[in-house]
Each structure stands twice: as structure tokens, then as C-alpha cells.
Design a protein around this ligand. Sequence first.
Ligand code: ADP
Ligand code: ASP
Ligand code: MG
Length: 405
Amino acid sequence: MQIIVQKFGGTSVATSELIKNVARRVVQTKEKGYDVVVVVSARGHTTDELLELAESVSPHPPERELDMLLATGEQVSIALLAMAIHELGYQVVSFTGYQAGIYTDKAHTKARILRVEPDRILRELKAGKIVVVAGFQGVTEDLEITTLGRGGSDTTAVALAAALKAQICEIYTDVDGVYTADPRVVEKPLKLDFVSYEEMLELASLGALVLQPRAVEFAKHYQVPLHVRSSFNQHEGTRVEEATKMEEYRLVSGIAHDLNVAKIGLFNVPDRPGIAKQIFKALADEHINVDMIIQSWMRDGRNDISFTVTRNDLHKALPVVERVANEIGASGVAYNDRVAKVSIVGAGMVTNPGVAAAMFEALADEGINIEMISTSEIKISCVIAEDQAIKAVRALHAKFFEQQS
Ligand code: ADP
Ligand code: ASP
Ligand code: MG
């Protein structure tokens, strides 16, 4: 029998009524003759509330214990959803990440899935049951509970879909699909019918939280077709698939913004081989992801180097950078955690040199100062002041999507 993996996010299971709604949708798919594996997130704002709870006890808790706490959110959801499905008269079993065979590395709070052992899920499907799996969590080889980073239930779903060779992975959320910008920010965003894995990966990595970037990476690698759609209606959503299947390239597909950004600068860094390695290896050793590295023109054998990290990692990154700055003889370290990143993404921009200029023009027209720029073949990102981010997204959306004649 064909397998379908369906993932329901936090807002889709926020209340008992909504959980019953999800149960009905799952059962409809089962009735169509599919084996169904359902992945659920913690209800509503549970994960945020658990984070606040942790912080009220300890400002920077041990990450192992944080994972122990955060994983409970999803466990509540799986049990309740299984009860609701049972209530509809169907056979069902719920599994934690461990029971579902999801093994990760040891990077607590942002663990990566290393492998999935789906035997137990397959056995239960074969026995005719619907299987409900807790998103966002796994275990290490030593059976320590880990979580996969915010939005990680998407990745659980795609990893399971790949391991089970599912026909499709459906991501049910609180919007109708992937839009040209965050519908919470832009008044009239356009829904995309299709988006390529590459574009979606950029959009997600650059802050479009509708899918976790790692989920898109997995989907591309294992060629899992994704369908992002609403759990509240039957509208066709957005299909995420290989670019070759799409009819045409768009110049710009979407605008993304990310407020979870901090900028760090090292001043008067000696200009010699091995220095960049020393800085960024020290950060990598602490599992701190670095983005947008800028090294300026050398003066008197010295350079300034600046880069961005996620704001959550700033408190971990600063002591590391200060230590390395001392070791290499840099004159100082500064940081700014009130910055944001705005980006435009589109497979068509690689062949169109005017796109960057249009982006800078849109920002300039709003009097927005650009602090850092980085480009790739299919994206351009600018770091700007955080309090200008929303204005910037709206200006860019107007420029690229609202002025077409
Ligand atoms: P879930 O709990 O279902 O995983 P998320 O909050 O993680 O839902 O993701 C859905 C949200 O992503 C939407 O409510 C929307 O505000 C936000 N979002 C940001 N950028 C986009 C985009 N380009 N298209 C659609 N949604 C987006
Ligand atoms: N509950 C987790 C979060 O809020 C995982 C998820 O929703 O995908 O980030
Ligand atoms: Mg999400």
C-alpha cells in the first residue's frame, strides 16, 4: 500500500476541536486507501511557553535538560491525536521520536537526524494502524533525548517520508501555502503554486519559517515531493519539487526576512593565512553557525572581519570570539543584536543583473541603510537595522510583485 506522511503544525492542533479536525482529515486519507503516518508538533505556543518556563528557572539552562523539557510538548499532542483518531473508530498508535526510530547527533537543541529505523512504524502500518509520531525530537546513540531546532517537526516528517518511501509528504499549516512574503507582514502576498527545492531552501534558510530549512534539504536529497497546505480548508497549496518540473523560472520568487540575527565584528585582525580558520573553526566546534562573512580591504597588514550568527547563539559566540581575538592579537570585538536580514530569492535572477540594483533602490527609496550584503546565484541578502525590517519587506514586495504592468 502507498504511504502518505502528513504533518500538522502547532496552530493546527492548538485546541481539542482542532485536534478532532486533524483526526478527521487523517482518517479521510486512510479511507482513500493509503497507509498514513502523521507527525504532530506541540500544541499552539507550547514550545515558547516551555522555553519561558525554563528561563524562569535558569537563564541559560543546560541544553540536555532543555531538550528533556521541550520534547514533552510534542508528546502531549501525539497522545491526544491518537485518542481522537481512536474515537473515530480507527486503529492507531502514537510514538515518541525514539519509538519511531529517529536517531540524531548529539547537538542538543539543534540536533540533526542521522538515520531513521522505520521497522516498528512499518509493522504497525502493516497491522492496519494509523501511526502518529512526535515531531521535533529524536535520540542519540546513547539514548539521550534531543530536539531538532525550531520548526523541526517539518524535518521529522520529511525524514520519515524518505525512510518509508512515502508517495508524498504533506505539510499542513495555518496558511494556504508558500507566499511571495510572510502573510503576517505583507498585506497582499501572492501564493506560489510551485516552488523549486533550491528556492524553498533559500527562502526557508533566510527566514521564511513556513518550512524548516533542514526539511527542504532532506526533501531535495531524497526527492520527497512536498505539498504545503492549510489544515483549515481544502485549497490546493504549494508544491515543492525539482525545478525541471516547473514551467518557467520567475525572476524573483519571494522575499524573506529574519529577525533572529546578530552581527559580530573583529577589528584589526592580522592578515595572514590561517587566521580565518582559527576564528571560524572555534565557532564551528561549538556548533555555532556563521553566515555572511565580510572581510574588508587590508590596511597595514590588518583587516576587519564581520559576520552574522543567529541571535540565540550570540551569548555562546561572544566568549569564543573574544578568546580567539586575544589569541590572534585583534584589537577588539563588537556586536550588534538589533539587526535583521532581508532577502530576495529567485532562480531567474542569476541571468538578470538588474535585480540587485532594483533591490538596493527599493531600500534606498525608504531611507534604509544597508550594513552588509551577500549574494548567491539565486538570492541577495542585506543586513539592516531591525526596526526597519518590516518596512523593507513591504518595499521589496511592492517593487517586485506589486508594480508589474
Ligand atoms: P506550523 O506551526 O504549522 O509549523 P509555522 O508558524 O512554523 O507553522 O509556519 C507557518 C507560518 O510561516 C505562517 O503563519 C506565516 O506567517 C509564516 N511564513 C513566513 N514566511 C512565509 C511565506 N513566504 N509563505 C507562507 N508562510 C510564511
Ligand atoms: N514545537 C516545535 C517548535 O515550536 C517544533 C515545530 O513546531 O515544528 O519549534
Ligand atoms: Mg513550523
